[in-house]
Ligand binder design. Structure first.
Ligand code: EPS
Length: 359
């Protein structure tokens, strides 16, 4: 069965939810490892005061017994501690009693750069909160929880995935932007080591590993650009300087350069996978841009509410989770297995067959 991930949850609702299906049975999960990833995502320079309210922790509702997967859907939740301040405003059912707390007033001033306007038009809602709650990057908490599970699976076959920020001078840029009541974006990079040749396929667009990684990263809030390996830089080079020559030593086939970022023809080639994502500056500005009040039709200023100045360091953790999830999906496709031992045996047999070994 293929690995599948379904999520639900609003930023100030009761909880975020993820259901992971297609995991093999017998995979050992470590709660402290998942919580450590959730904690990493909450760190970083320029985050909103919201992060002092939240202490993200994973809860498992199904699919795990005594720390081992059962091979059945794994149901995870991360509660929103801030929900206690939004109980009336974000009540899933018709709220009882007088309006109190946050989220009681309709939002009618869409923020340029956020899903607010397009979402309100698309879904025909008068309160933009109905859009922004799900569009919020708070959602990435459960993506990170799912990514943590994926990393546990990948570790079983010797694959390690790590994200980092590439943007230099981030703290200074954040300080300057905050002083100007503005926001900043940045660039993150994810590297995956130990991926054997043969993940993904050139056969169809939907199977190409580069397309899948790009879709997963581009599907993350605030990401506006993705490149694999040298990406856009390759367009300026000649073929002789752009491709990675094929060499062989006692450990098998390898490349001296890795401009392709470990993927050729949509298939992993055994080199390190290298992916970058560019994040736009966050759209909630304390010095708001022009907008239109959707109730009155009058020109106005966009919604101002508590937000991050930057979330680039969080994106590095989220991007790591996205890449881990896609690689775990590709690994499950390649090696199959209802029980973890089946998957490991198929991986072992495959490495015996091909002229490649991890470096
Ligand atoms: C977000 C707005 C802010 C961020 C939030 C993403 O939320 P709030 O308005 O509650 O301060 O803090 O990110 C998180 C809560 C999180 O855990 O990452 C947005 O509009 O995307």
């Amino acid at each position: 069965m293929a690995l599948k991930l379904v999520t639900a949850g609003e930023s100030h609702g009761p909880a975020l939810v993820a259901i992971l299906s297609g995991l093999p049975s017998g995979l050992v999960l470590d709660r402290s490892q998942v919580d450590a990833d959730l904690h990493r995502r909450q760190q970083g320079y320029g985050r909103s005061p919201r992060q002092q309210i939240e202490r993200d922790e994973v809860e498992v509702l199904a699919g795990l017994r005594h720390g081992r997967t059962l091979g059945t859907p794994l149901a995870l939740i991360v509660r929103n501690r801030d929900h206690k301040n939004w109980e009336w405003g974000m009540s899933p059912w018709q709220p009882e009693g007088e309006p109190s707390g946050k989220g009681t007033k309709e939002v009618t001033l869409p923020r340029p750069g956020h899903a607010d306007l397009a979402g309100a038009l698309k879904y025909g809602v008068s309160d933009v909160r109905d859009v922004l709650e799900r569009a919020s990057a708070r959602h990435t908490a459960v993506i990170v929880a799912a990514g943590s599970v994926a990393k546990a699976l990948l570790a079983e076959i010797g694959i390690a995935v790590e994200g980092q920020v590439l943007t230099s001078d981030l703290e200074r840029r954040v300080d300057e932007a905050r002083a100007d009541r503005d926001t900043v974006g940045g660039v993150v990079e994810v590297r995956a080591r130990g991926v054997p040749p043969g993940f993904g396929s050139y056969a169809t667009k939907g199977e190409r590993l580069d397309a899948r990684l790009a879709a997963s990263l581009m599907g993350t809030q605030a990401v506006k650009g993705v490149e694999i390996g040298e990406g856009f830089e390759l367009a300026t080079k000649r073929g002789s300087a752009a491709h990675d020559e094929i060499l062989r030593d006692e450990r098998g086939l390898y490349r001296k350069t890795n401009r392709a970022g470990g993927i050729e023809g949509g298939v992993s080639n055994g080199e390190e996978i290298v992916v970058r994502a560019a994040m736009k500056p966050l759209p909630t500005l304390m010095k708001p841009l022009a907008s239109v009040d959707l109730q009155t039709g009058e020109q106005a200023e966009a919604l101002v509410e508590r937000s991050d100045t930057a979330a680039v360091e969080a994106l590095a953790v989220v991007a790591e989770a996205c890449v881990a999830w896609e690689l775990a999906r590709a690994a499950k496709e390649k090696f199959g297995g209802d029980a973890l031992g089946d998957l490991l045996a198929a991986h072992h047999a495959y490495l015996e067959r091909i002229d490649w070994s991890p470096r």
